[in-house]
Write a protein that binds this ligand. Structure first.
Ligand code: CO8
Length: 261
């Protein structure tokens, strides 16, 4: 019999989709080092696996993740945080994954849990999903990219409101503000995310990676730099057998047979 902490992250493969399920139910999937290490390892393994075309991260029906593990952090000193390389060691892994990463969010996505969703490429939210960056209540700050990604996602006015007042958004508000990609009924969350991930995983992988890298340029940099990056990514598509196959298949009114998936 395993305790919760023996399996803080569970993985499974469905078709070409690699699923990662956060599994610390008693702590609402609070993100401690064990969870983040296991999440980082699972992401790296799926990113390197030729049989996987897209990755999906989920939690439980009650919580995607309730944030960084407050119990673990409460007595850390500044030096503890610096020495364990608190953020870089795993949150940078999420940035380095080149395949599309989907978040399937039900229940609480708070603090680091909301930041984890923000770090994913597509967020599918169940009706029950709740998003907040409540770190201010702890005299902390959303330090896993939250103060940077949230304003980019929903604009400064809404982001300041969430970060300074700890305002919690329900799924419909999060959808309206652009924090999530789609809202689905709770009972359909995994099935709908699987269908979307499987659809994406069926496309040409180098094309998916090029699109992801280009959209991230828009997210991260200037328009001029982003346009230049996008142009090179587009030109590189013409060196790809899949792009020629995709266009010819359209002209010949048949499904494409991509070589690189
Ligand atoms: N850390 C540790 N334990 C937690 C956390 C957490 N973030 N959230 C919940 N738990 C534990 C509770 O202590 C409780 O444990 P116990 O049963 O032993 O008392 C158990 O989970 C169930 O929680 P509740 O009884 O509180 O459940 P409720 O349904 O009443 O409330 C809430 C659910 C609203 C989600 C509530 O638990 C809550 O407010 N949690 C804290 C949310 C929060 O403040 N998150 C931000 C944390 S700070 C942060 O994320 C910093 C990010 C920057 C660095 C990121 C690096 C990873």
């Amino acid at each position: 019999m395993h305790s919760d902490n023996d399996t803080p992250v569970q993985t499974r493969v469905q078709g070409r989709v690699g699923w990662i399920t956060l599994h610390r139910p008693r702590q609402l999937n609070a993100l401690n080092d064990a969870v983040m290490d296991a999440l980082g390892a699972a992401l790296k393994a799926f990113d390197a696996d030729d049989a996987i075309g897209a990755i999906a991260i989920t939690g439980s029906a009650k919580a995607f993740a309730a944030g960084a593990d407050i119990d673990a952090m409460a007595d850390w000193s500044y030096m503890d945080v610096v020495q364990r390389d608190f953020i870089t060691r795993n949150w940078e892994t999420i940035r380095q994954v080149r395949k599309p990463v989907l978040a399937a969010v039900a229940g609480y996505a708070m603090g680091g849990g909301c930041e984890l969703a923000l770090a994913c490429d597509i967020v599918v939210a169940a009706e029950s999903a709740r998003f907040a960056l409540p770190e201010i209540k702890l005299a902390m700050l959303p330090g896993a990219g939250g103060t940077q990604r949230l304003p980019r996602a929903i604009g400064k006015a809404k982001a300041m409101d969430m970060c300074l007042s700890a305002r919690m958004l329900d799924a419909q508000e999060a959808d309206r503000y652009g924090l999530v990609s789609r809202v689905v009924p709770d009972a359909e969350l995994l099935e709908r995310t699987q269908a979307l991930a499987a659809q994406i995983a069926d496309y040409s992988l180098p094309a998916l990676m090029a699109v992801k890298a280009s959209v991230n340029r828009a997210w991260e940099g200037s328009l001029t730099e982003g346009i230049a990056f996008e142009r090179q990514a587009l030109y590189a598509r013409f060196a790809s057998v899949d792009a020629h196959e995709g266009m010819h298949a359209f002209l010949e009114k048949r499904p494409p047979g991509f070589t690189h998936r």
